[in-house]
Design a protein around this ligand. Sequence first.
Ligand SMILES: NC(=O)c1ccc[n+]([C@@H]2O[C@H](COP(=O)([O-])OP(=O)(O)OC[C@H]3O[C@@H](n4cnc5c(N)ncnc54)[C@H](OP(=O)(O)O)[C@@H]3O)[C@@H](O)[C@H]2O)c1
Length: 324
Amino acid sequence: MAKTIIIHETGAPEVMRLVDIDVGAPAADEVLIRHTAIGVNFIDIYFRSGLYPAPLPSGLGKEGAGVVEAVGSGVTDFKVGDRVAYCNGQLGAYGEMRLIPAEFLVRIPDGIDDETAAAAMLKGLTVQYLFRRTYRLAAGETFLFHAAAGGVGLIACQWAKALGAVMIGTVGSDEKAALAQAHGCAHVINYRKGNFVERVKEITQGKGVGVVYDSVGKDTFPHSLDCLKPRGLWVSFGNASGAVPLLEINLLALKGSLFMTRPTLFDYIAEREDFLRMTKELFDLILAGKIKAAPQHRFALKDAAKAHRLLETRQATGAVVLLP
Ligand SMILES: NC(=O)c1ccc[n+]([C@@H]2O[C@H](COP(=O)([O-])OP(=O)(O)OC[C@H]3O[C@@H](n4cnc5c(N)ncnc54)[C@H](OP(=O)(O)O)[C@@H]3O)[C@@H](O)[C@H]2O)c1
């Protein structure tokens, strides 16, 4: 039996219940993992709250690290005792143990601890595709990134610095501003204190930026569009403040022939080759000391509700993990 978080209804953090389940034995293509650390991501809150639908009852969580306990008969790439991590597959990472298809796993290199792997995989691969694939940031290029002191945000600050790109980051407090700056964000704006569009215009001498990465959603729409140069790209990749309202397509013309995309990591890692290449890029940056991604907050698995509350009330900085 394994302790696992299950939701029977969507709603506040209290809908998460810790129960004992029989995990079972791996199917031919699966691996049984004993988790050592579980990544907490904002997407877990969307599933818990009901913003994103999931058939109920449901597990929660997309990301974990741990040790292989058993492998299915068809699994050749992994063996019992391997240290592995993942950030894809069915919901169900919030538990002591789980089954998962081997195709979603990667071996954690020596030199990266399990907590860091669980904290960095989903968020780091997100930064990889945003900066290298959705829009390829160039050295010296100035761009805007919202929620710069969050889990994805602190990795973005460091990845931008590693690329030599000039990040303008928004944050919700002065403490978060100091943290983002310390992680390599070149210009930080506390968007609770002032108008971020005006500040972006000042920093770019009126020109605007070529790309805005926006995971805040409702509260930064449509102002993010006003930060773009003509023909700039608005990357709407999350909705921490609520869903973005329906958009009149003509708005993109009115604001300068803009482009927009609404990407999700799972489409960028659907091919195993891409997943492995992106993960290697992330792990190499961590091993080289260019990205520090250890979690800033740790909770026991049974306290998952506390972890969610911290994240959704904007009190978290960097990554949050659960420890089974
Ligand atoms: N599409 C994808 O592929 C993908 C993948 C990973 C993550 N994401 C998205 O990226 C974002 C960051 O994820 P994360 O797990 O690293 O979370 P996070 O950034 O650690 O937390 C979300 C942050 O959003 C900001 N925020 C602004 N308004 C908010 C509000 N009303 N309520 C709550 N937060 C608010 C807060 O920072 P301030 O206080 O500084 O404003 C908060 O700390 C999320 O929107 C997530 O869905 C998307």
